[in-house]
Ligand binder design. Structure first.
Ligand code: LLP
Length: 419
């Protein structure tokens, strides 16, 4: 499918996802008992529906994400266990958070959603509403790692999870509250690497032994890396699975029953499926630097401005381009200097080598299918872009572009008389 056809049909800026890539990424993880999609990475209903059909379950971090999972066809509760020798059934939707905001607690209670508790206060709040519930504990093992300090979710510098040294106290608190701890979860960060992720298995095993026989599910969390740069390797998924499978088997031997092994990827399932199509709207020189200004900005894709993240970019020229390459900085339309896609962490403007562009050419920002649309904002009163899913050679609009009316919905003026 030609990028220019998509731009013409749906307009720009436009997020486009390739269903075949998402299916492949789901299949890559087939060895795990449960693949649970961290939908915060890309929560469009069509994407949730797609991964559901691939047998992938889902994580929700808010009542909004619970509503999305239900709208995409997920059942809310697990099927009862009929065969005691089989793996324990998996909860289709798990609410994972460090707090219950009031709406999320209501949604969890109303739908009977399984909860992964990142703070001890959540245990008491849940027990009051759902006496005798089974819960998962999210433990902060005291270390973490991510592509940025902002995505490191372990150690003292992170607000996430129950501190590993507090496990005995928290188990007592759960028991008093009448809750049963059936799951254990650790997620040390996003955009990390397998070396760091591998260290989690030992930490989890140690905590699992403190919890004991009530455990039926362990989760390795998310964090699987994807190669954003051409020279980055793909992760060795089979080695990673074997490590966790061995941990799981040791716990099964210790507890004398089967244990379900989960993984909770976000980025891995959707990042490479997605591209952001933008149009070059102005080209200018500021001293020695040349800038291409496109119609997407950090309100459309926030990763470069937030973390200095690198995304591959390519040009789809409207006409035969002049030969050669040139170094250009690429920015968006926002009234803020930081609205630059080519930047390092700390906000330093860098450049990208591209063929000489003309106004009207399309610029494609690649590997944008995770933490792309979902982190978009209405800053500068810019509408959210449209989203399109391509499947079997057909493109389908799965989220309409916001209109000016959408932007103003719910607001009102005071109605005071004019002076
Ligand atoms: N599980 C939990 C509890 C998480 O907090 C996250 C991500 C995941 C799983 C999925 O992690 P992944 O497999 O995608 O690495 N906005 C940042 C990423 C923030 C991730 C937040 N939590 C970015 O654009 O890189």
């Amino acid at each position: 499918m030609r990028v220019s056809d998509l731009a013409e049909r749906y307009g720009t800026p436009l997020y486009v996802y390739d269903a075949a890539v998402i299916r492949q990424r789901c299949a890559d993880l087939a060895a795990w008992d449960t693949v649970r999609f961290a939908q915060k990475a890309c929560s469009n209903l069509a994407v949730l529906d797609l991964v559901r059909r691939e047998g992938v379950l889902v994580d929700a971090v808010s009542h909004g994400e619970i509503a999305r999972a239900i709208a995409a066809g997920y059942p809310t509760t697990a099927a009862p266990q009929t065969n005691p020798d089989a793996l324990p059934p998996a909860d289709p939707i798990v609410y994972t958070a460090d707090i219950f905001d009031r709406e999320s607690l209501e949604a969890v209670v109303r739908h009977g959603i399984h909860v992964n508790c990142g703070s001890a206060d959540m245990l008491d709040q849940l027990a009051e509403r759902v006496p005798g519930a089974h819960v998962t504990l999210r433990i902060n093992p005291g270390f973490g790692h991510g592509h940025s300090q902002k995505t490191n979710t372990g150690g003292e510098g992170s607000k996430h999870g129950i501190w590993h040294e507090d496990v005995p106290d928290v188990l007592r608190r759960a028991e008093w509250a009448g809750l049963s701890v059936s799951g254990l979860h650790m997620h040390i960060g996003s955009g990390t690497d397998l070396e760091h992720l591998a260290t989690v298995a030992d930490a989890l095993e140690k905590t699992a032994r403190e919890i004991g026989r009530s455990l039926t599910t362990i989760s390795a969390g998310g964090g699987l890396p994807v190669p954003y740069r051409a020279d980055e390797p793909r992760p060795d998924l089979s080695g990673y699975f074997t490590l966790w499978d061995t941990t799981r088997k040791r716990l099964e031997d210790a507890f004398g029953h089967r244990i379900r092994l989960e993984i909770e990827p976000g980025r891995y399932l959707t990042a490479e499926s997605g591209a952001l199509i933008t149009e070059v709207r102005a080209i200018k020189r500021q001293g020695s630097k040349k800038y291409l200004l496109v119609d997407a900005g950090f309100h459309t894709l926030a990763r470069p401005v937030l973390y200095g993240s690198y995304h591959p970019m390519s040009l789809a020229p409207a006409a035969q381009p002049p030969s050669g390459h040139e170094a250009v900085a690429i920015g968006g339309p926002l009234c803020e200097s930081g609205d630059i896609f080519t930047q390092e962490e700390g906000g330093f403007v860098s450049t990208r080598d591209l063929p000489p562009a003309r106004v009207g050419d399309l610029l494609i920002i690649e590997i944008a299918g995770a933490y792309g649309f979902v982190m978009a904002s209405n800053y500068n009163s810019k509408p959210f872009p449209a989203e399109v899913l391509i499947d079997a050679g057909q493109s389908r609009l799965v989220r309409a572009r916001q209109t000016a009316e959408d932007l103003l919905r719910g607001e009102s003026v005071t109605g005071l008389p004019e002076s």
